[in-house]
Design a protein around this ligand. Structure first.
Ligand SMILES: Nc1ncnc2c1ncn2[C@@H]1O[C@H](COP(=O)(O)OP(=O)(O)OP(=O)(O)O)[C@@H](O)[C@H]1O
Length: 257
């Protein structure tokens, strides 16, 4: 059974002024198996964030079904959604979303505190995770005292501390320089090798080329998918570049017709 199943997904927004309708997603279908590392790419406005928000159960689709670990998200009652998200999903955002008033350690532990976890098991979880993410010496510091890369690795630790079924990352390298990006992507690869399923929206070819599969969204539909198979990161990079060129060319051709 697939970990995530997306079937006939549609999202139509109705704008506040004038009641105009915007079709953000149009019949999207795909599955993600346990342990996969999938990147989602597409031009601005193609529907990536809408898709991620629906999978994060932060928004409801207009039509279609999203099933996570066999559970239809539409069946989860509003008051259970927070707990469902906390128990099943980890989130990594472009701008880290850390609380400046908490130390890095307390930021990481926050989901466990909210889940009512006992102190001993929190301590047991945070140490090996911090070591894996190379932030073990920084745990008593505050977000404003550390670098962007260190902040993002803290955010990854916070996403992983609950041992979620699925990590959803929205432009995780978007605010990082190339060195910090590279370090984060190496960590994502290692976390995935250890069995964690990751779904990452990105504009960065560099970032996407580290994934096992790249899914391209165009005008609210899945336009194409590339599977790594035996390809190296460099070969993946070239294939992604070529696909983006086709995606862009088709748009330009249509615009010029
Ligand atoms: N709340 C909303 N109300 C109306 N239209 C919306 C809303 N949110 C998104 N849209 C529209 O839906 C379409 C898809 O937007 P979405 O944010 O999912 O794209 P995206 O691929 O994530 O773009 P980007 O890469 O720029 O973040 C766009 O046309 C956008 O203008």
């Amino acid at each position: 059974m697939a970990l995530l199943e997306v079937r006939n997904l549609k999202k139509i927004y109705t704008t506040r002024l004038g009641g105009n309708k915007v079709q953000a997603l149009d019949n999207v279908n795909f599955t993600v198996e346990q342990g996969e590392y999938v990147a989602i790419m597409g031009e601005s406005g193609s529907g990536k964030t809408t898709l991620l928000n629906i999978m994060a159960s932060l928004d409801r689709p207009t039509a279609g079904v999203v099933t996570l670990a066999g559970k239809n998200m539409a069946d989860i009652r509003q008051k259970e959604l927070c707990a469902f998200r906390r128990d099943n999903l980890g989130f990594v955002f472009q701008d880290f979303n850390l609380l400046d008033t908490l130390s890095l350690k307390d930021n990481i532990l926050l989901p466990l505190v909210l889940a009512g976890c006992d102190w001993h098991s929190m301590e047991e979880r945070v140490k090996p995770l911090a070591a894996k993410l190379d932030i073990a010496d920084l745990l008593e510091k505050y977000p404003y005292e550390v670098s962007g890369g260190q902040k993002q690795r803290t955010a990854v630790a916070r996403a992983l501390i609950t041992r979620p079924q699925l990590v959803l990352a929205d432009e995780p390298t978007g605010a990082l320089d190339s060195k910090a990006s590279d370090k984060l992507l190496r960590i994502f690869a290692r976390v995935n090798e250890d069995g964690q399923t990751i779904l990452m929206v990105t504009h960065s070819i560099q970032a996407a080329s580290r994934a096992g599969r790249v899914m391209f969204i165009k005008d609210g539909c899945v336009f194409n998918q590339i599977y790594r198979g035996r390809l190296s990161d460099e070969e993946m990079y070239r294939k992604i570049s070529d696909t983006l060129t086709i995606l862009h060319t088709e748009k330009t051709d249509t615009a010029e017709d």
